[in-house]
Design a protein around this ligand. Structure first.
Ligand SMILES: [Zn+2]
Length: 142
């Protein structure tokens, strides 16, 4: 049997991503940023105690009211930690992009975002030009 259809992947990104995807994931270029993101991520998890609740959450609540109050507690703490949650999500997405080898590529123009900008703002998905454009558009919309 010669039929193997594993190699065909949908090309979601153009140029830079395609070029990069051919190379094995070295992880060298952004390893410092990755370490920084992972450190930030851990700090947020420690602070919000999310890691703890996830690990210690019981499989099932014996009582419905227990479950309800647990959910209220969770909603409450989630509202307080909304900012952290948002940042955490961005960090996770950035790490995910690193794993997919598309980290550091602008979502709009698909050019590489300068390293200095990534270093200053590791979770960004836009280059400065596109970010400026986006902000202008948001102002117009308001
Ligand atoms: Zn751009």
């Amino acid at each position: 049997m010669k039929t193997r259809n594993s190699a065909k992947r949908p090309a979601r990104r153009t140029s830079v991503a395609a070029k990069r995807a051919r190379k094995p994931a070295a992880g060298g270029k952004y390893s410092a940023i990755r370490r920084e993101l992972e450190k930030q991520r851990q700090a947020i998890l420690d602070e919000t105690g999310e890691g703890l609740t996830k690990r210690e959450r019981p499989e099932a609540f014996p009582d419905v009211s227990d479950q309800a109050s647990a959910e209220v507690d969770q909603n409450f703490s989630m509202r307080i930690k909304e900012r952290e949650q948002k940042l955490l999500k961005k960090i996770d997405e950035a790490l995910d992009r690193m794993n997919k080898n598309i980290y550091g590529i602008c979502e709009r123009c698909e050019e590489e975002i300068p390293y200095q900008r990534l270093k200053a703002r590791p979770v960004t998905t836009l280059c400065i030009a596109c970010k400026t454009l986006q902000e202008q558009e948001e102002k117009v919309r308001r």
